[in-house]
Design a protein around this ligand. Structure first.
Ligand code: ADP
Ligand code: ASP
Ligand code: MG
Length: 818
């Protein structure tokens, strides 16, 4: 004899019921089967909802009830031929009429007791069992309907009755001895108290019905058929990469179900555990999948934990007071008060100082619990021996489960550090002394992120997924995407990093895709499938997705985008950007971004702000962190100005023409005055100085202009070119003077004796700045450790390829630290 339970998810529609029959037909060839059924999916909720509406005097209960009635009648019509239909219709109608009558009564007197509610919500199972049994008969099976009210006996705790184990076991054996049919269909969930009233076993309780029968009959196994292929490493609704656990021991299964793995009703494990009966969790829609076997001695596997579960809708009560230690039987009184109020405590933590105690309970019980605690300690509250009760709602619990926890060091460390790194704030922690779980109370909004983060680091730690949100798909943005595309396989294979573009936007469109926007044609996909860009919406969506390991990449030069970094970092999303605006505004704002990154465990990286892909800022960062001090800096930091002065000899092309060429070739900003004024260089040296630890503002840096003021004042770029063309003599003179001294003109940023300036300088041949080709940049750091010979960083300092690779470098550095 075997016991199989089919859940509501397996009985959602006539098509699904046909799948059930295929499984049952196959199995019934060898064994007598007891088939425990739940109500059709969603029916128990609907019955509950109808009852609540009727209780409130809301007429809408009728419409809902009609819908439910029709669903059952349609199922009868769909599944059964005309002959079978008429007999069954009468039985089904009888049950439905009874529900209708009860609810009418509830509606009229606007009162709903738990006893009545149990009667109503239990009917879902009765109806489904009628229909399933009749279908089995029609399909030629020898099937019989059995009545659990004759053997599942409980107390009168309506809503979640407690089973009288001894009596139930005693009744089950003889009841089944007399059942000779091949297939016995039994409604789950419903039971009876000792006075003959209908009770229910608690939501999800059909599993329990099946377990009680299997245990009492010493069945060789219990099969729970549902809509997932086993007990999974995490709730598959939240964690796409969750996978079925092949084998798990009873206690681990109990922990997982207690902490929210809904696939099995927690009390169901105990009766079969006592008898050593294995439980198989199987998928009705994939009957060949192996599923999960819950039994005493699972084969060892390589995973450090078995699963991660979560309970949402939690509230945390914190009871504290300096004199709590002195309150007699404090904990005893607290738990007694909660127990009397029928509030079940899910998690407890107590500081060893005994000055505070924290209990997590179901959100639904908040009012009851508050009332009970305030009553139990009314005197202590009045005399201020206790602080006012602190209640926090909208929380959730996430828990790691394994019976091997006590043999492993560092699990909790890893759990809390990965949660912390992803900005998930932990409100309370508990680890049972049995060391079968570690649980943490967190904000409910963070559940999905927490589960995915933990799942990834405990089960998929070989491959770390990093979610990129890219804004700006111009030259640099597109080049970055090309580089990501080229390297993505390499990074997966060699560095276990899986980089994905989860969101992308340019000035016109924005697009999100959690499976990753294809790297080979990300911008085309964006333009094809994206919706209208709105920066605010983009950020809202990115934050709402709340994905772990998220990086926001700003490839624009816009201030509006730079102004959003604080909010992004606060959401524990890292920022990478070549945009200099955020780092060159007020010192306080720059510092604030750095602090936010620290506080929210996000990263703020902007290597490409100075020298494009050259490792300037990272090198400086290493020097400072390791205790070095910057004494002086000399640098040529403008690729554009370098290009201009390398090409302008004073003899051939005019200065205006060289600038024009630089502009056309994309070495300058569209308005070349931004480069020629030296503002850009000023910003770069400012960033280096701030990164060196100096509290400086842009205005603290002196600039000696070399372009006549009236040219700079030109109305537009065209007029500017006309104006500098008229000043050729001025530029020629500058070059000739330098040539006369055997020197070259370079636009240099200098920091010396605490003062910084930028300007055009004549550089002698013995200077490292003299031989600087094309768009190259050079930075010389004089530090305490490099006092005479400076540390020199030199190379291409502009261009899309090197800038993109600098951004890429920042992304990888963050990915490695996540
Ligand atoms: P049934 O109607 O078959 O009793 P339930 O809805 O009660 O089904 O339970 C199955 C559901 O449990 C799955 O669809 C899944 O969403 C949820 N679930 C939550 N945590 C887990 C987990 N760790 N493993 C498997 N399923 C889980
Ligand atoms: N139908 C009941 C519920 O939804 C019992 C069950 O499905 O196990 O809670
Ligand atoms: Mg269930």
């Amino acid at each position: 004899m075997k016991v199989l339970k089919f859940g509501g998810t397996s009985l959602g529609s006539p098509e699904n019921i046909k799948k059930v029959i295929a499984i049952v037909a196959k199995k019934s060839q060898n064994d007598q089967l007891i088939i425990v059924v739940s109500a059709f999916s969603g029916v128990t909720n609907q019955l509950q909802e109808c009852s609540r509406l009727a209780e409130k005097g809301d007429e809408n209960y009728k419409a809902q009830l009609d819908e439910l009635i029709n669903r059952h009648l349609e199922a009868v019509q769909d599944l059964l031929g005309a002959k079978a239909q008429s007999g069954l219709m009468a039985k089904v109608r009888l049950v439905l009429n009874e529900i209708e009558d009860i609810l009418k009564g509830v509606f009229l007197i606007q009162e709903l007791s738990n006893k009545t509610l149990d009667k109503v919500i239990g009917s879902g199972e009765v109806l489904s069992a009628f229909i399933v049994n009749e279908f089995f008969l029609q399909e030629g099976m020898k099937s019989n309907l059995i009545n659990p009210l004759e053997f599942i006996l409980t107390d009168s705790e309506f809503g979640k009755a407690n089973v009288d184990m001894a009596l139930t076991e005693e009744k089950i054996k003889p009841y089944f001895q007399n059942q000779k049919a091949d297939v016995l269909v039994c409604p789950g969930f419903v039971s009876k108290d000792l006075y003959g009233n209908s009770t229910t076993l608690g939501r999800g309780g059909s599993d329990y019905t099946a377990a009680l029968i299997a245990a009492a009959l010493d069945a060789p196994e219990l099969e729970i058929w549902t809509d997932v292929s086993g007990m999974m490493t995490a709730n598959p609704k939240y964690v796409k990469q969750a996978f079925a656990i092949p084998q798990i021991d009873y206690e681990e299964a109990m922990e997982l179900t207690h902490f929210g793995a809904k696939v099995l009703y927690p009390p169901s494990v105990h009766p079969v555990y006592k008898k050593g009966i294995p439980i198989y969790i199987k998928n009705t829609f994939e009957p060949d999948a192996e599923g999960t076997k819950i039994h005493e001695f699972p084969e060892p596997d390589s995973q450090s934990i078995k699963g991660i579960s979560c309970i949402e809708n939690i509230a945390l009560f914190n009871l504290s007071g300096s004199s709590m230690v002195g309150i007699p039987y404090f904990s005893h009184r607290l738990f007694e008060a909660l127990a009397q109020a029928k509030v079940s405590v899910i998690l407890i933590t107590q500081a060893s100082s005994e000055h505070s105690i924290c209990v997590a309970i179901d959100l639904e019980d908040v009012e009851k619990a508050k009332f009970a605690i305030e009553k139990a300690f009314s005197l202590e509250f009045k005399e201020e021996m206790l602080n006012p009760l602190y209640v926090e709602t909208d929380l959730a619990i996430v828990a790691l489960v394994s019976s091997q926890m006590k043999n492993q060091i560092g699990l909790s460390g890893k759990m809390f550090s990965v949660l912390g790194q992803n900005g998930i704030n932990i409100k309370a922690i508990a680890q049972g002394s049995s060391e079968k779980n570690i649980s943490a109370v967190i904000d409910k909004k963070q559940v999905k992120k927490a589960l995915n983060t933990l799942h990834e680091s405990f089960f998929l730690s070989d491959l770390k997924r990093v979610n990129l949100f890219i804004v700006g798909t111009g030259n640099v943005g597109q080049t970055l995407i090309d580089q990501l595309n080229q390297q993505s396989e390499y990074l997966k294979e060699h560095n276990q990093i899986d980089l994905r573009i989860s969101g992308i936007a340019n000035s016109r469109k924005m697009l999100f895709d959690l499976n990753g926007i294809p790297l080979e044609n990300a911008v085309e996909t964006l333009m094809e499938k994206g919706q209208k860009m709105d920066l605010e919406d983009f950020l809202l969506e990115m934050k709402a997705l709340n994905l772990r390991n998220s990086i926001f990449i700003d490839n624009t030069a816009h201030e509006v985008v730079a102004n959003t970094y604080a909010g992004v970092l606060e959401s524990s999303i890292s920022v990478v950007t070549p945009n200099k605006i955020a780092c060159t505004g007020k010192f306080g704002d720059y510092k604030n971004l750095k602090n936010l990154a620290l506080r929210y465990r996000s990263h703020f990286r902007f290597e490409t702000n100075v020298g494009a892909g050259l490792p300037v800022i990272n090198t400086l960062d290493d020097l400072i962190k390791s205790g070095d001090e910057v004494l002086g800096i000399q640098a040529v930091l403008s690729g554009s100005l370098n290009f201009i002065f390398n090409n302008y000899t004073g003899e051939g092309e005019s200065f205006a023409d060289v600038v024009k060429q630089a502009q056309v070739e994309g070495f300058t900003e569209p308005d070349p005055r931004i480069d020629l004024s030296g503002v850009d260089v000023k910003r770069k040296i400012l960033i280096l100085l701030r990164e060196s630890g100096f509290e400086m503002e842009l205005d603290d840096i002196d600039t000696i202009p070399f372009i006549p003021e009236k040219c700079m004042q030109a109305e537009n770029v065209e007029k500017f070119f006309e104006a500098i063309a008229k000043e050729e003599a001025h530029f020629k003179k500058l070059v000739e003077e330098a040539n006369a001294e055997g020197k070259k003109l370079k636009y240099v940023a200098t920091f010396e004796n605490g003062k910084a300036n930028t300007g055009l300088e004549k550089v002698a041949p013995d200077s490292p700045l003299y031989n600087l080709e094309g768009k190259d940049n050079i930075v010389l750091f004089n530090t305490k450790r490099y006092p005479e010979q400076p540390l020199v960083i030199k190379g291409a300092g502009a261009g899309a390829a090197v800038t993109a690779s600098g951004i890429f470098g920042d992304i990888i550095r963050i990915a490695n630290a996540l």
